[in-house]
Write a protein that binds this ligand. Structure first.
Ligand SMILES: NC(=O)c1ccc[n+]([C@@H]2O[C@H](COP(=O)([O-])OP(=O)(O)OC[C@H]3O[C@@H](n4cnc5c(N)ncnc54)[C@H](OP(=O)(O)O)[C@@H]3O)[C@@H](O)[C@H]2O)c1
Length: 243
């Protein structure tokens, strides 16, 4: 018996990076996992690769910023026991140059997507009187960050949304928490130039960027029965960058 045998997990944005490591971890723990990406072929390819490492994994196309699409796709998936709202993106610029479209795109993918996916799974979780929602926030949601007003607003908003979900559904056996990564080696951070990377590294007591697996471990804890009494929390995974 594995801890997540019989559970279905939905990991949004599982095609690469942190979401892919979360999917791997949940598969290893026995869950059936559905991953999503905006492109169907990409999602199916990533799911096939994950399944080769063991476990049942399916990839579906989903743009979490599209509310109607979220409702239709999650209805087709069926009951979800563990929802990991991981899909996210950045479109950075300082506030005075930040475009309205870039504000909307980042808020829609990171924050409205989390609302839409959570709303779509909550009824099924209530019926089972068991559910886990883990939202992937960011260290910058607590600290602010130059050039990321849209992204920071979305991640800070996600913390408020999570605490509200936690309060609304605690009595139904559903927990909702945030995992807030610091700087993790993925496509999202690989494009940073050397000077920025060195500046960030100087702020990390552990003197390394995190790995997607560091984040996946915290998600697995919150998704399991060991975290039954943990809800409405923000768990920071950042090598000590923010304490
Ligand atoms: N890397 C870090 O240092 C870091 C730090 C703090 C927080 N985070 C957060 O961690 C999460 C994962 O980040 P990552 O670094 O793994 O990023 P990544 O490597 O860029 O991967 C992003 C994932 O999200 C998916 N995605 C993006 N927009 C989407 C949308 N509208 N609908 C559905 N899927 C979408 C992408 O799928 P497709 O491209 O296939 O559509 C991809 O699977 C994000 O929420 C990010 O904000 C990352």
């Amino acid at each position: 018996m594995k801890p997540f045998d019989g559970k279905t997990a939905l990991v949004t944005g599982g095609t690469r990076g942190i979401g892919n490591a979360i999917a791997r971890r949940l598969l290893d723990l026995g869950a059936d996992v559905v991953i999503t990406g905006r492109d169907r072929a990409g999602a199916e390819k990533a799911a096939a690769e994950l399944a080769r490492g063991g476990g049942n994994c399916r990839g579906v196309a989903l743009d979490v910023a599209d509310f109607g699409q979220v409702e239709a796709v999650i209805k087709a998936i069926g009951a979800v026991d563990i929802l990991v709202n991981n899909a996210g993106m950045t479109k950075d610029d300082v506030l005075m140059r930040l475009k309205e479209d870039d504000w909307d795109a980042v808020l829609d993918a990171n924050l409205k997507g989390t609302f839409a996916c959570s709303r779509a799974v909550i009824r099924g979780m209530m019926k089972k009187r068991w559910g886990r929602i883990v939202n992937i926030g960011s260290i910058v949601g607590s600290m602010g960050n130059i050039g990321q007003a849209n992204y920071v607003a979305a991640k800070a908003g996600m913390e408020g949304l999570t605490k509200t979900l936690a309060r609304e559904y605690a009595s139904r056996g559903i927990t909702a928490n945030v995992v807030a990564p610091g700087f993790i080696e993925t496509d999202m951070t690989r494009s940073l130039d050397d000077a920025v990377r060195a500046g960030l590294m100087a702020q990390i007591p552990m003197e390394r960027f995190g790995s997607p697996e560091d984040v996946a471990a915290a998600v697995a804890f919150l998704a399991g029965d060991d975290a039954a009494y943990v809800t409405g929390q923000v768990i920071h995974v950042n090598g000590g960058m923010r304490m």
